[in-house]
Design a protein around this ligand. Structure first.
Ligand SMILES: O=C(O)/C=C/c1cccc(O)c1O
Ligand SMILES: [Fe+2]
Length: 320
């Protein structure tokens, strides 16, 4: 019952507004190495913990967590569009098992995922449907949010289920660390924006282009040091990476208010990493490697990559 973990930041700005070539190439090398590890491991099941950015989940019903029993990627920015290869019956069993463990989770047979999920699948597996994949949405942008501890416990409950499947499992966490791109908030929204946050599925191409143009313009202003976006916080990011590697339960002490204050409103995407590490921790002690970290203002992201495996695992090769 082997398991491997890959966590990485995403950004829809890759390919639209890039950092210096040496940084871009370093990220590409790290991403290629992660993909090589995954393909050599050849998972029988992938579980991807991902946020959403008001593309698939809205305030008409905003669950803290949702397991996909079928899912489609909308293809925002340059991310891939199309169906994920979701094993629906197994997703349902997973949801039942998590609920039986006293963690309340929703189930969707029509989950829409955005770049927050699709980019990680493309980078790590080369596509959306290369391996059977169960997407697990974690609300990271739409207050009120569950606690960070709850994401760790969700991950643990999922890990316990996975360890009983006998499958070669890969868990993925997809999210930035400190960052705060221009995502609107319901509390301060006018009526038109509020409606978009409550029920804004399937916008027109014009509306989508306008949104993407706003993000690109914000990235340019942020990298130029103008505008009033929350700064990236490499010190906070590095402390978090250390916690994930060495003392996972310590994340329980991080309150939502402190995460917003220190990392910015979208830093809550770290809960995808926390859940992935929670799943891994259900298999016992683990060993984690930090593959990359750098604040990248052009991508509005504290950008990191880590991989990990149970301490007992001798190699990352395929195990039968
Ligand atoms: O959804 C958007 O329009 C922008 C999302 C974004 C921007 C920058 C960094 C990220 O991690 C994002 O998800
Ligand atoms: Fe994001």
């Amino acid at each position: 019952m082997p398991i491997r973990l890959e966590c990485l930041s995403h950004t829809p700005l890759q390919g639209y507004f890039d950092p210096a070539q040496e940084v871009r190439m370093e990220v590409e090398r790290v991403q290629a190495a992660a993909r090589e590890r995954v393909l050599a491991y050849d998972p029988e099941l992938v579980v991807v913990f991902a946020p959403d950015h008001y593309n698939g989940f809205f305030y008409d019903v905003m669950p803290p967590f949702c397991i996909g029993a079928a899912a489609n990627s909308i293809g925002d920015y340059k991310s891939l569009a199309g169906p994920l290869a979701v094993p629906g019956a197994l997703s349902r069993e997973l949801a039942a098992s998590v609920l039986a463990a006293d963690i309340d989770v929703a189930l969707s047979y029509r989950m829409q995922v955005d770049h927050g999920c699709a980019q990680a699948l493309e980078v790590l597996t080369g596509g959306l449907d290369r391996f059977p994949v169960i997407p697990v949405f974690i609300n990271s942008v739409a207050p009120p949010l569950a606690t960070l501890r709850r994401s760790r416990l969700l991950g643990e409950a999922i890990g316990r289920f996975l360890s009983c499947t006998g499958k070669r499992v890969l868990v993925i966490g997809s999210g930035g660390m400190s960052h705060e791109p221009p995502v609107p908030e319901l509390a301060s929204a006018d009526a038109e924006v509020a409606e978009r946050l409550i029920d804004g599925r399937n916008p027109t191409p014009e509306a989508r282009n306008a949104r993407q143009a706003r993000t690109i313009a914000a990235a340019k202003a942020f990298a130029a040091g103008t505008g009033n976006m929350h700064p990236l916080n490499p010190e906070w990011d590095r402390a978090l990476l250390e916690r994930l590697a060495c003392e996972l339960p310590a994340v329980d002490g991080m309150t939502n208010e402190a995460i917003t204050r220190d990392g910015g409103k979208s830093a809550h995407e770290i809960r995808t990493w926390v859940a992935a590490f929670g799943a891994l921790s259900a298999y016992g002690p683990y060993r984690a490697s930090l593959d990359f970290y750098r604040p990248i203002p052009e991508w509005i992201a504290g950008f990191g990559a880590m991989h990990a495996a149970p301490a007992a695992a001798a190699s990352t090769k395929k195990e039968h």
